[in-house]
Design a binder for this molecule. Structure first.
Ligand SMILES: C[S@@+](CC[C@H](N)C(=O)[O-])C[C@H]1O[C@@H](n2cnc3c(N)ncnc32)[C@H](O)[C@@H]1O
Length: 259
C-alpha cells in the first residue's frame, strides 16, 4: 500500500485521515483559543490577508450608497473547521456574500455552527460535512475557494486540489493559506525552538495533550516548499499561480485562478 507522512511518522496512505481526524477531534473545543495563544494573535492578520485576496464584493454593505449586487457571492472554505475564514469574509463583503464551510470533522463543524449562531451569521454560512478529496458540490459552483491551514492535513493533496479546481467557476480564484518555511537568519532558530519546545507545552496546558501539537509542528516541516506546491497547483489546472510569504516565511498565501 502507498505510504505518506503523518507528521514525521511514515504511515499507510489510507491510515492518515483517521489519525488527522483524531487530532482535530481532541482540539476542537479549544481550537480557536489555541490559535490565538500559539500565534500571539498573528493568525488574525494572516486570515485578513486571505480575505482581502478573496475580495468579496462590498456592494450593498450597510452605510454604502451602491445598490445591492445582482447575484450572491459564494465562497467555499474547504477544511474550514470552526468557520473563521467564512465569518471574516461575510463581514468584509456586502449583501449577498455567502459562505460554505466544508470540513471532514463533525466536532469542528459543531463548534463552528455554535459560533455562527452566537455571532448572528447562521443565515449566511452553511456547514457541510465533506472530505476535500471528494467535494459534494456541482462543477463551477463557487466564486472563490479557500483553504486555510488545511491542505497539509489532507492525505491526497493532488486529488483535493483537483476537486477545488472543479467546483470553482471559470474566472474564480483559489487561495490557500498554509504554514511555510522561515528563512530569515536568527528568526529560523528562534522559530524552531518555539515550535518544538513551547508549542507542545502550551498544547498540554490548554488542551491537556501535547501530541496534537507535536503533529502540527512536524506536519508544517513536512509540507512542500512554496515553489513545489505552486507546481502542484498548476498540475491541478490552476493558472496565473503565485504566492507571497508573510511574517518572515511562517506562512505563505498561494493564489491560482480557474481560467
Ligand atoms: C488547522 S485546521 C484549520 C481550520 C480553519 N481553516 C482555520 O484556519 O481556522 C485543519 C482542518 O482541516 C480539516 N481536515 C483535515 N482533513 C480534511 C479533509 N480530508 N477534508 C476536509 N477537511 C479536512 C480538519 O478537520 C480541521 O478542521
Amino acid at each position: 500500500m502507498p505510504e505518506t507522512h503523518f507528521g514525521y511518522r511514515q504511515v499507510p496512505l489510507d491510515d492518515k485521515q483517521a489519525l488527522v481526524d483524531d487530532v482535530f477531534h481532541k482540539v476542537a473545543r479549544r481550537y480557536d483559543l489555541m490559535n490565538d495563544l500559539m500565534s500571539a494573535g498573528l493568525h488574525r492578520a494572516w486570515k485578513d490577508a486571505l480575505v482581502t485576496a478573496i475580495n468579496p464584493p462590498t456592494k450593498g454593505r450597510p452605510g454604502r450608497l451602491e445598490q445591492k449586487p445582482d447575484r450572491d457571492f459564494a465562497l467555499l472554505d474547504v477544511a474550514g473547521g470552526t468557520g473563521d475564514v467564512s465569518f471574516r469574509t461575510i463581514r468584509a463583503g456586502g449583501y449577498g456574500t455567502r459562505a460554505t464551510v466544508a470540513d471532514i470533522n463533525a466536532e469542528m463543524l459543531s463548534v463552528g455552527r455554535e459560533r455562527a449562531y452566537g455571532q448572528g451569521l447562521d443565515d449566511a454560512v452553511t456547514f457541510v460535512d465533506a472530505n476535500a478529496e471528494s467535494l459534494p458540490f456541482p462543477d463551477k459552483s463557487f466564486d472563490a475557494v479557500s483553504i486555510a491551514f488545511g491542505i497539509r492535513n489532507v492525505p491526497r493533496i493532488d486529488v483535493a486540489l483537483g476537486e477545488m479546481h472543479r467546483v470553482l467557476r471559470i474566472g474564480g480564484r483559489f487561495l490557500c493559506l498554509e504554514f511555510s518555511n522561515v528563512d530569515v537568519p536568527g528568526l529560523d532558530a528562534l522559530y524552531e525552538l518555539y515550535s518544538f519546545n513551547l508549542v507542545p507545552v502550551i498544547g498540554r496546558a490548554v488542551v491537556g495533550d501535547a501530541e496534537p501539537y507535536r503533529y502540527l509542528v512536524e506536519s508544517i516541516r513536512r509540507f512542500p516548499r512554496p515553489n513545489v506546491f505552486a507546481d502542484m497547483m498548476r498540475a491541478a489546472g490552476f493558472g496565473r499561480v503565485s504566492h507571497r510569504v508573510m511574517s518572515g516565511g511562517i506562512v505563505a498565501l498561494h493564489s491560482g485562478w480557474r481560467l
